[in-house]
Design a protein around this ligand. Structure first.
Ligand SMILES: Cc1ncc(COP(=O)(O)O)c(C=O)c1O
Length: 375
């Protein structure tokens, strides 16, 4: 029996609710499938739980980033500093607005953008910095805020993977002028389809994003600006509202599994397997990511013993063919390169049983000990 990386039974407890919602919304007299009362209630529940000025639900985390960057006026000729290691939307959304992503190297342990590198990447064309939380660790948002303020640039927080994370008492998503969430199935608040949200502390920005997500509309069929179709689905809004009260318990389960892994793996540091830093402050546990000197060997070892693992980002962003045109010749991102060679994510989802968690931890430890004997 293989322990899957993603839970196959993620919505098992809620399946009937989802089917009932499809039926109820599908047969309701108003026939409202997008941006209706469920979306409004969902946005308000998230807004209140975060203490934000506004939350705008939209069609994906990627779209949320585009809406924010567009609302901030980012466009041709502008530069946005993004991490050199991370998901494609970090660079795609900037490039999609005909602006230039400028890649900053990462911290070699936590794999989030290194604030010193972000600052070094700022030029007189920089309009925004866009750090992203990665895997289990939130970016150093206090430093990012300070850097953005000192250089007079906008701060966008890519918190797509970090919903539920808290740093210094402040929730992920509320550190920048705007943050985003992704509701893709595998995220901490994943759903049964696509979705995302913009979180903002700035009501004006919230209004602009709200208009942009629906073609730039200000009122029905009136368009003061060009926009996008990034509307949110009513069935998913109602489903997410139903699942919201269970989120803290699911996050706690992830955090406990991660605490246990980190406790077991910290002694492996000298044996070529490095876990994330311990503690709960600024942690998010979207996935639990190891750095292994012989990453592919560890992956095979785990697979042979029934543990699925994933390599996230085998290439740094500036090395992807799509983005090499934004990679100045001679510029290197050594920590991003190193992470791309060594990163391996193991299952941390809340549906894991204690026995599965123990098997995964035992297997990683056995691998590290076997290495010691062989060397
Ligand atoms: C850091 C980060 N930002 C943005 C996104 C985009 O979210 P979505 O898949 O909902 O478009 C992702 C998705 O994987 C992500 O990991």
């Amino acid at each position: 029996m293989t322990i899957p990386f993603f839970p196959p039974d993620l919505f098992e407890d809620d399946r009937q609710v989802l089917l009932d919602l499809v039926h109820a919304i599908g047969t309701a007299p108003e026939q409202r499938f997008l941006l209706g009362e469920h979306t409004a209630r969902f946005e308000e529940a998230l807004r209140a739980s975060l203490g934000a000025a506004d939350v705008v639900a939209c069609s994906s985390g990627t779209s949320a980033l585009t809406l924010v960057l567009h609302a901030l006026g980012i466009g041709p000729g502008d530069e946005v500093v993004v991490p050199a290691y991370g998901c494609a939307p970090l660079a795609n959304t900037v490039a999609g607005l005909r602006a230039t992503p400028v890649f900053a190297d990462i911290d070699p342990w936590t794999m989030v953008a290194d604030p010193d590198e972000v600052e070094r990447a700022i030029s007189d064309r920089t309009r925004a910095v866009m750090p992203a939380h990665m895997f289990s660790v939130m970016a150093d948002m206090p430093r990012m805020r300070e850097i953005a303020r000192r250089h007079g640039v906008r701060l966008v927080e890519d918190s797509a993977v970090a919903q539920g994370g808290v740093l210094d008492g402040r929730p992920a998503g509320t550190w920048g002028e705007a943050g985003v969430f992704s509701f893709v199935q595998v995220k901490t608040f994943g759903t049964a389809g696509e979705g995302g949200a913009v979180v903002t502390m700035d009501p004006e920005l919230g209004r602009a994003v709200r208009s942009l997500r629906n073609h730039g509309q200000s009122e029905r069929f009136v368009y003061p600006r060009t926009g996008y179709n990034s509307r949110f689905d009513e069935v998913l809004a109602a489903f997410q509202l139903h699942r919201l009260p269970g989120l803290p318990a699911r996050l706690e389960r992830r955090a406990r599994i991660a605490d246990y892994y980190t406790e077991r793996f910290t002694p492996l540091r000298e044996r070529g397997v490095l876990p994330p830093p311990p503690g709960r402050n600024g942690r998010c546990y979207y996935v639990y990511s190891l750095l292994a000197e012989e990453r592919d060997e560890l992956k095979r070892y785990l697979a042979d013993r029934g543990v699925e693992s994933h390599v996230y980002y085998p290439l740094p962003l500036p090395r992807q063919s799509a983005f090499t045109r934004f990679a100045p010749a001679g510029r290197g991102w050594p920590h991003a390169e190193s992470a791309a060679r060594r990163q391996l994510a193991i299952p941390v989802h809340p549906r894991l049983t204690d026995a599965q968690v123990e098997h995964i931890a035992d297997t990683v430890c056995a691998y590290a000990h076997s290495k010691e004997r062989n060397s």
